[in-house]
Ligand binder design. Structure first.
Ligand code: ZN
Length: 64
């Protein structure tokens, strides 16, 4: 839905880098982007790789 603020496993703040990751990963390799952003632990890397941004689709439906 929305990227979690912190990594679930180690607690490192990750949400501040989501927009840059999303923008750059369209052009560059995902692994290279994560390396240059400084995410070396695989728990943090999976937060980016496994995240699915569906908030815009969800917002189309009316809240009851
Ligand atoms: Zn982590």
């Amino acid at each position: 839905m929305i990227i979690p603020i912190r990594c679930f496993t180690c607690g490192k703040p990750i949400a501040q880098d989501w927009e840059e990751f999303e923008k750059r990963s369209k052009k560059e390799k995902t692994n290279d982007v994560l390396d240059s952003l400084g995410y070396t632990r695989y728990c943090c890397r999976r937060m980016f790789i496994a995240h699915c941004e569906i908030i815009d689709e969800t917002m189309q439906y009316k809240k009851f």
